[in-house]
Ligand binder design. Structure first.
Ligand SMILES: [Zn+2]
Length: 51
């Protein structure tokens, strides 16, 4: 008896530390990474971390 367990899918999922941010300028909420997060909506750097 030879049973195949299927392909070994060794997927390395890199867990990126995304945090929730809110733009103070337009109120848009989005996920961002890093220190300097720019609002994708209005390109403002005036963002606030919600976590
Ligand atoms: Zn914005």
């Amino acid at each position: 008896m030879c049973s195949t367990g299927g392909p070994m899918a060794d997927v390395n999922l890199k867990k990126l530390k995304t945090k929730k941010y809110k733009c103070k300028k337009c109120g848009n909420t989005f996920k961002g990474i890093g220190k300097k997060v720019i609002c994708p909506n209005c390109k403002s750097e005036d963002t606030k971390c919600l976590e």
